[in-house]
Design a protein around this ligand. Structure first.
Ligand code: HEM
Length: 435
């Protein structure tokens, strides 16, 4: 369990205060430490306003109470003797460069531990608590980093996800200006892409909840074996504002990973596909190559030929319910359609309930180049084109000059009109003579 998770879950004690100072020194630049410990309001004010990282650091649960204290101190007295509140420095919830570096660290983690599936599940379980019928943040749930708190990790549906948090915590510690909410979604999206899945149109800037009291109540995520699987899936996913197509596409994430009886109660302890790992051995996968993101989940749950492959009641419903079936059949035969729909649905899921700073969020992928558009160059047709002979060129020039044209002097504009009139008159005269 991450230290800051536990610390933030309880109120600070004197012993904790000293450990917080130690912990704070790991996160804060030295000038800022001086600012937090200084008794001079003036020093605090000037250092705080000159440090753009301060607002970002407030997202750390470990430091949140330090900042709550500091925020109060930031109300200073102006020269006129009236109270004024200092404007906080402009800073997004997460830092774009740090997110990019964190992404590289996640790629390394994936290469070494093959933890793609559990990172995807972590991102989904943070976002999937969203309730579109609740307007207030964070009561509405969703991608807000609340899953880092022990109280939520203990929900039955989240069994085992503490392991995903443990894997990510060192990356969180390294990048103080990346929120948990962003890190969870970044890790999940990177895992999908690194496993061979589609590029996901992600955005970042999610604000973190700051206390365990802000976690959603248990019971918002789907059950794998409810009495009526299709209507249960609709109840849960419609509450998130998702539709049938998105339910089926997102279920395709089970192309990755395994179910473990000791966690969810579902699946076999091991199968021929999982007994040797990669990663920790055991569990039952939905697909043979359970670290490869493709459309095999839909093929396998449709065929149901291999008893070593898992089909949960909610998976089976995708080929039993007529509306779900339409999409499941399509995805089983066309991976491109699945990838397109999955990418859209995953990005939508990752934004559910999130509060973005800046409000529109931001991308960490290279934006299209802003420079001049490339000059259009027509194709050069070389085949079949024949140069006119010199004799022919001379003949054409002579005829052109015979009409009164020359290379320096273009023909009068009404020249062709006159020709047309003459031809017209000749045609009329000929027809009259013929009659
Ligand atoms: C449709 C309703 C869903 C149900 C009922 C469901 C249920 C489950 C269950 C029971 C497990 C096994 C957990 C364990 O024993 O460790 C699991 C694993 C997993 N789920 Fe789902 N899930 C659903 C939707 C989703 C969605 C929408 C995603 C992602 C977009 C997802 C991604 C995963 C992944 C990647 C794993 C494998 C985790 C691992 O190997 O550690 N699931 N799910």
């Amino acid at each position: 369990m991450a230290t800051n998770t536990l610390i933030s879950a309880s109120s600070p004690s004197p012993t904790m205060a000293s450990s917080l100072t130690g912990a704070a020194s790991r996160f804060l630049p030295s000038a800022t430490i001086a600012a937090t410990s200084s008794s001079s309001a003036t020093t605090r004010l000037s250092l705080s306003s000159s440090s753009p990282s301060l607002k970002c650091l407030q997202s750390s649960p470990l430091l949140s109470h330090i900042f709550r204290y500091q925020k109060r101190s930031l109300v200073g007295t102006s020269s006129s003797g009236r109270f004024s509140t200092l404007a906080s420095p402009k800073c997004a919830a997460s830092d774009s460069d740090q997110l990019k570096s964190a992404r590289e660290d996640i790629k390394e983690l994936l290469k070494n531990t093959f933890c793609h599936p559990i990172l995807v599940r972590l991102g989904w379980h943070d976002a999937g608590t969203y309730n579109k019928n609740i307007e207030e943040w964070p009561q509405r749930g969703g991608a807000n980093g609340s899953l880092r708190f022990e109280v939520e990790l203990k929900h039955g549906a989240n069994a085992g996800l503490v392991n995903a948090l443990k894997l990510l915590q060192p990356i969180k510690d390294k990048y103080a200006n990346v929120t948990y909410a962003d890190l969870f979604q970044l890790a999940s999206a990177t895992a999908i892409e690194e496993a061979g899945g589609p590029k996901l149109p992600m955005k970042y800037g999610r604000v973190d909840v700051s206390a365990p009291e802000e976690c959603p109540e248990e019971g918002r995520l789907p059950d794998a074996g409810p009495p009526s699987p299709a209507s249960h899936l609709r109840d849960v996913f419609y509450r998130m504002g998702l539709n049938d197509k998105e339910i089926v596409a997102l279920s395709g994430a089970h192309t990755l990973g395994r179910s473990r009886p000791e966690r969810s109660g579902w699946g076999k302890p091991e199968t021929k596909y999982t007994k040797d790992g990669p990663g920790n051995p055991g569990g039952q996968s939905w697909t043979v190559q359970w670290l490869k993101f493709d459309n095999s989940y839909f093929k396998d749950i449709k065929e149901r030929r291999d008893e070593d492959l898992l089909v949960l009641p909610t998976d089976a419903a995708l080929f039993e319910d007529s509306s779900f079936k339409e999409y499941a059949e399509k995805y089983a035969v066309n991976q491109d359609v699945f990838f397109k729909d999955y990418a859209e649905a995953h990005a939508k899921l990752s934004n559910l309930g999130a509060k973005f700073d800046p409000p529109e969020g931001f991308s960490i992928d290279n934006t299209p180049t802003q420079g001049q558009p490339e000059k259009f160059v027509a194709a050069k047709y070389s085949t079949g084109k024949r140069e006119l002979s010199d004799a022919m060129k001379q003949k054409i020039r002579a005829e052109y000059e015979g009409f009164g044209g020359s290379a320096d002097k273009p023909l009068p504009t009404n020249y062709f009109l006159n020709i047309m009139i003459v031809i017209g008159v000749l045609a009329i005269v000929t027809s009259l003579l013929g009659n």
